[in-house]
Design a protein. Structure first.
Lengths: 237, 237
DNA sequence: CGACGGATTGATCTGCGTCAAATCTCGTGG
DNA sequence: CCACGAGATTTGACGCAGATCAATCCGTCG
């Protein structure tokens, strides 16, 4: 089947034995295509399946009182989007597609089986949920300590690094279906100000974005500006 | 020994069998007292032990380029502070005490044993690391979507709810060794502005804080102001 | 008593939000 | 093939929340 080709790719994938991988593949109970801007899971409902993202972009978010979104995560191919829903039993946030996606669904009873039989795989699944937590921490840092330009730069540095790990970025170009409003929801800013910051990054010769395509012109400089250190992504370990 | 008396208290503690609890207690290899403002773990170093907090307050934080701290978590009694270091093998942030603490240390080899033998306990340990991730998400929301008063209010609502779960708050009063500068580092604000917002909360009759003692005067109103919904803490489930 | 870290308050500055309008892009149907 | 409309992007003018700078006050401890 080869659904999990990108899972933990360029991270600890070598620790995944072929038996573990087979067991993981066998636990998939459905594969689906989902259109863009489509809700996948709603906060507080008990859930019994988790979603693995084969292709596309998915976000997780929370709404404030007025219904304004705050994204808390953006996922790309190879991410087990809401595996944390397995130990938690329900989610504390909503999940939705950004662009069109291809996803695999895994029932929690199947994961129970894996946890019972495969301590090594269990540790890797656990690891993958903690990668998300590490990204959350970096988002806290981004929102708490960086100014507007650096926030936007940092956001794209993260996306680029994640995409590169699954060979969807060559370090210069990648496609990314987010609107400026989406980026604003991720960075805690208005879309108007995102627009100005993108202009600034463009004029400084660091990066530009048009029609769902991002071009990074000077990655080292962009990372420096954004205080971006990719070690929290555990890539290449 | 009864070291883990507060672990997952008022959460899923009933799912912890007495054998699991015994195995957990047996895996502790040292108990220590640590003074206030003391560093416990440093970013990027490989680690082989995790820290369980028996008593006191601990924070996790990251520094920006100029060395200004951003807290990413505050821990209280009953928290397994850096259990996530077990699957990750190293930390992406620093850990330090806020006030004086009593901690228990658990070697990762001991946890390996637990993961191999005790799937149910493993799932609960996993769960506890994901509680931290849920709190991270709430911090992202706080920084991204709330204004200054609500940020401070939300922060204290969280601390209060966590302390109440281990009976260190009665819903009205609790002690909390954080300075206004610490709170600023948690909320992404300056200590000056924290001071003004505490004044505002005091004048509105919602809460006040003096010499390490917090008094909540109107919890429902404070929660309303701060858009605080404790369900992400999974208390009482 | 003096010193020092933390709390408090005032004055001023600025980064980003808000509001509003213009332009661009692309899908849809006549 | 063009007209239309919805959504996304871009730009300008203006206001304000929170930062910054700086001075004073307070409580604790040697």
């Amino acid at each position: 089947m080869a659904i999990f080709n990108d899972f933990l790719r360029d991270r600890r994938r070598d620790e995944l034995s072929s038996e573990d991988l087979q067991a993981l593949e066998a636990s998939v109970h459905a594969v689906q295509n989902v259109p863009a801007r489509h809700s996948l899971a709603i906060s507080k409902q008990p859930i019994g399946v988790s979603t693995y993202l084969i292709e596309g972009f998915i976000c997780r978010y929370m709404d404030d009182r007025e219904g304004v979104r705050q994204l808390v995560a953006v996922h790309v191919a190879g991410d087990f989007v809401d595996l944390h829903g397995y130990p938690l039993k329900r989610l504390d946030h909503d999940v939705a597609t950004l662009g069109p996606c291809r996803i695999a669904l895994v029932r929690h009873e199947a994961i129970d089986q894996l946890v019972r039989d495969r301590p090594n795989l269990t540790k890797l699944l656990w690891f993958s949920t903690l990668l998300d937590a590490a990204m959350h921490r970096e988002w806290i840092f981004r929102l708490g300590r960086l100014d507007a330009v650096a926030r936007v730069g940092h956001f794209f540095c993260e996306i680029e690094a994640k995409l590169r790990a699954v060979e969807l970025s060559d370090g210069r170009q990648f496609s990314c279906p987010l609107t400026q409003a989406d980026i604003g929801e991720a960075c805690g800013m208005t879309s108007v100000h995102i627009n100005r910051m993108l202009k600034e990054l463009r004029e400084r010769g660091l990066m530009h974005m048009q029609r769902g395509r991002v071009t990074i012109l000077d990655l080292p400089a962009l990372r420096r500006l954004s205080e971006f250190d990719p070690s929290y992504l555990f890539i290449g370990e």
